[in-house]
Structures are given as structure tokens and as C-alpha cells.
Design a protein around this ligand. Structure first.
Ligand SMILES: *Cc1c(COP(=O)(O)O)cnc(C)c1O
Length: 393
């Protein structure tokens, strides 16, 4: 039995996998078992923020693993306290943290915070949460129900009550009633097609919600930790959310999720918890990832590479206007909107054949989420291969 057969025999078929066996990587480069090189414009769906095989991150993980990996949240966890402090400082928000293990779990926690706030604050019990169509908030039953894509609600019901979907931000005010406790949005929808929200609209929404004492939850699972060029997309949009969720890029590949909130005293002991959340290994990794990316940003490298990537993307969108409507997104969360879904699938397939990994996203978008530490040489090589793939279509 070869590996592919083994995978098919023993692992549930919930993913449409590509059967390539990657053996090692170096920043934005991956190598398979035959030594074939790939440029990785996906970074494990926005996770491997400091690149593959990052020696600094590996060193921190090794060092921590040799001391303590896990002790539970019943005791003080030094790197957890340190990383919470760094996240608060870099965000500029007066908040406290809770640590989970994934994006969905962080969003679950955010929803619990909002629900508790709605229970104890005011006379009417408030529980409704407004989210957007095309949003993506995760795969647990509640996060799935928070996800406004009806197609994802085909099975698995009955779902928890209290989620309302707006077509877009402008429709949100008309959906608010006495039971509304929160609005949860992504500032750039990732899975939904790399669709950025309008800054002014978001700021107006934030102001209106504040006046009505409705919480604003920003799902920064994909946009957070320098993905957009700023530490948080919330910083870029110049808003002050009540709750922010993080995950993907935070641990550089070590599973971690986090909830930041200005509601510092919302939870009492016993209200929420996690066995693994915020353990030594994941928070030590996050601490190192943040340090690496902060230095990278402060040295001006991040903005330089984002601009360089953008130039390539704009050029390709223009030269291949028969295939693409436009380039979308910003920072290192980018996409090319294809003219059809057949085109989208074909481009992703051809790219893979030419040694460059790109992602699928909603609205027929070919999505690019490169490691944040990608180099000029890697961008050039990846884009040349991508162009070659387009030539073959
Ligand atoms: C990926 C993603 C999630 C889910 O994260 P998991 O770690 O897969 O649970 C939630 N929200 C957004 C915006 C995401 O991009």
C-alpha cells in the first residue's frame, strides 16, 4: 500500500487533496519526495507566516519542548502571559486575552463572550449576532452557523439559534432589534473571495454599534498578525473593536487561537476554558513568530515586499484581462478574480503543474497568501511560473 492508498483507506475523505508528498521547505519554497521545487503562495492557508523551516521558530519550539510542553491552565504559563502582553502592546488596544487552539474555537469563545454580555447587561436578554453572507467563521456547529453561507448549512442541524445574515455592511442597521448583542465581521473576507470591506463604512458601523451598545467582533483569524501589512486589520481600518479573534498566522504552524477583548472582566473562573489552549509550546511559538515579524515590519521589509507583490499582481491582471476581472485584496492577502469558476479551477491546477501553489476562494477568486517573510527572488520565481501556467490555458 503506497501513501496515497493509505491516506484514502484510513483518513476520512473530507478534503479534496492533492497527492504530493512534501518533505521539507525553506521560506516560500517546498520540495517534494522527488526533489521537485514549488513556490508556496499559500503558506498553509495563511498559517506559515514566517515561512517553512524557519530556524528561529524551530529553535524556540525545540528549546521549549525540552523544558515544558504543557502543564494546563491551572498554573501560571510564562510564555502565555508574555504573548498576551505583546499582543495588547502591538495592537494598541486596552484588552485582555483568552487562548484557544484554532480559529473556530476563538470565534466560539467570542460568541460566548457576546452571549454572556447580553445576559447580564440590561433587562432584555440579548443574544442575536449579525454576520455577513459570504463570511467564514469556522467549522464547529456554532461557528458554522455564524458563517453566512447557506450552502454550508445543508447538513448538521439543528443549529444554535440567534444568527442573522446581512447581505453587506449597509444592511446591518435594518437587521438590528432589541435582542441584538453583537455584529461579527471579517475586514477582508478570506474564504469568501478576498473581499475587503470599505473603511468608511466599517468606521460608521463601529460608531453606530457603540451608540447602541452592540458589540463589534472582528474575526481576524486570517487578517491578523501582519497579514495586511499592519499588525491587525483593525489597526488599518482605525477602529476599536470590542472583541478580536486570531489564529492562523499567530503560531507559524503550531495550532493556536486567541480572543482579545476590551471586556476584561467578562469571564469568571469556570465560564470558559481549554485544556490545550495557550500552552507552553504554542505560546512560546507565537512569541517567536511575533518577534520575527515585528522586526521584519520595522525594518521596512514587509511593506517593500507587499508593494513588490502588488506590482506583479497588477501586471498579471492587466496582461491576462481575458482571464481575470481584477486584482483584489491588500497586504499579503491577495487574489485575482477569475471570469468563471472553470477558469479558476484550471488556473489552480495548471499552477500546481508548473510548481507554484495558489488557493481557491469564493467569488471565483485565485487566492495568494504567501509567507509574510517571502523574498523578492521567491516572488519573481513564483510569478514567472504562474505566468507560464496562464500561458498554457
Ligand atoms: C480559517 C478561518 C477560520 C477558521 O479557523 P480554523 O483554525 O480552521 O478553525 C475562521 N475565520 C476566518 C476568517 C478564517 O479565515
Amino acid at each position: 500500500m503506497n501513501l496515497q492508498e493509505m491516506d484514502l483507506e484510513y483518513v476520512l475523505h473530507s478534503y479534496a487533496r492533492n497527492y504530493v508528498n512534501f518533505k521539507y521547505g525553506n521560506n516560500a519554497k517546498l520540495y517534494d519526495e522527488d526533489g521537485q521545487e514549488y513556490i508556496d503562495f499559500t503558506s498553509g492557508i495563511g498559517v506559515v507566516s514566517v515561512g517553512h523551516g524557519n530556524k528561529r521558530l524551530a529553535g524556540a519550539i525545540c528549546d521549549q519542548a525540552q523544558k515544558i510542553i504543557h502543564i494546563s491552565n491551572l498554573y501560571l504559563i510564562e510564555p502565555q502571559a508574555l504573548v498576551a502582553k505583546r499582543l495588547v502592546e502591538l495592537s494598541g488596544y486596552d484588552m485582555r486575552l483568552f487562548f484557544a487552539n484554532s480559529g473556530a474555537e476563538a470565534n466560539e469563545g467570542a460568541i460566548k463572550i457576546a452571549r454572556k454580555y447580553g445576559e447580564v447587561d440590561g433587562e432584555v436578554k440579548r443574544y442575536k449576532i449579525i454576520t455577513l453572507k459570504h463570511s467564514f467563521h469556522g467549522r464547529t456547529i456554532t461557528a458554522l452557523k455564524a458563517t453566512g453561507q447557506e450552502a454550508m448549512h445543508t447538513y448538521f442541524g439543528p443549529f444554535p439559534d440567534g444568527f442573522v445574515y446581512a447581505d453587506d455592511i449597509s444592511q446591518i442597521p435594518s437587521l438590528i432589534d432589541d435582542h441584538t448583542v453583537a455584529v461579527m465581521i471579517e475586514l477582508i473576507q478570506g474564504e469568501g473571495g478576498v473581499e475587503p470591506q470599505d473603511k468608511k463604512k466599517v468606521q460608521d458601523l463601529a460608531k453606530m454599534l457603540k451608540e447602541k451598545d452592540i458589540l463589534l467582533i472582528i474575526d481576524e483569524v486570517q487578517t491578523g498578525i501582519y497579514r495586511t501589512g499592519e499588525f491587525l486589520a483593525s489597526n488599518l481600518y482605525e477602529i476599536e473593536p470590542d472583541i478580536i479573534t486570531l489564529a492562523k498566522g499567530l503560531g507559524g504552524g503550531v495550532p493556536i487561537g486567541a480572543i482579545m477583548t476590551r471586556l476584561k472582566d467578562i469571564f469568571a473562573p469556570g465560564d470558559h476554558g481549554s485544556t490545550f489552549g495557550g500552552n507552553y509550546l504554542s505560546t512560546r511559538a507565537a512569541l517567536e513568530v511575533i518577534a520575527i515579524l515585528q522586526e521584519y515590519k520595522e525594518a521596512g521589509r514587509l511593506n517593500e515586499m507587499i508593494a513588490y507583490f502588488d506590482k506583479w499582481l497588477q501586471k498579471i491582471a492587466k496582461e491576462y484581462s481575458a482571464l481575470f476581472e481584477k486584482a483584489v485584496g491588500f497586504g499579503f492577502m491577495r487574489g485575482l478574480r477569475c471570469k468563471s469558476s472553470e477558469m479558476q479551477s484550471k488556473i489552480i491546477e495548471k499552477s500546481f503543474e508548473n510548481g507554484v501553489l495558489v488557493l481557491k476562494a469564493g467569488r471565483n477568486t485565485v487566492r495568494f497568501l504567501p509567507p509574510i517573510t517571502i523574498t523578492k527572488e521567491e516572488i519573481d520565481e513564483g510569478m514567472k511560473r504562474f505566468e507560464k501556467a496562464l500561458e498554457e490555458i
